[in-house]
Design a binder for this molecule. Sequence first.
Ligand code: FES
Length: 159
Amino acid sequence: MDVAKLNGILDRWNRNADFLIEIMQDVQDEWRYLPQDVMRHVADELRVPLARVSHVATFYGAFSLEPRGKHVVQVCLGTACHVKGAPRVLDAIARDLKIEAGQTTADQQFTLEGVRCVGACGLAPVVAIGEDHHGDVSPAGASKLMRKYKTKEDGHGQD
Ligand code: FES
């Protein structure tokens, strides 16, 4: 655990337990998930029970207790996307990454998730990768998209 980094986050929020959620969001931004030892340190420093921290961590869907990849690939499985073939898009990406929904690749580059409506139904089926939303994605298009991100990671983009 990088204690200096964590203390920086705690200081930013004045070590005030009223900002527990904000602190945990910053922790997740840094570590990409909520490591157990970090949660324990947060509880100690804010003088709140670890159970309260754990409750927040499990209550909010935005938090992850498992390591997540650098790129979180979210395939929308909401109704509009579902009827337009989202499950096949999810399968195509799972095949490409050689993982299943809910898993992270061994190199920690990608996490794949099936999620509820991301609020862009007009673009269905939608795949969100980090902050980017990609619309009208076919299974073949999804594979192409993943190739693009993998190439970017290999350091030889070809756009
Ligand atoms: S159902 Fe997919 S964006 Fe709404």
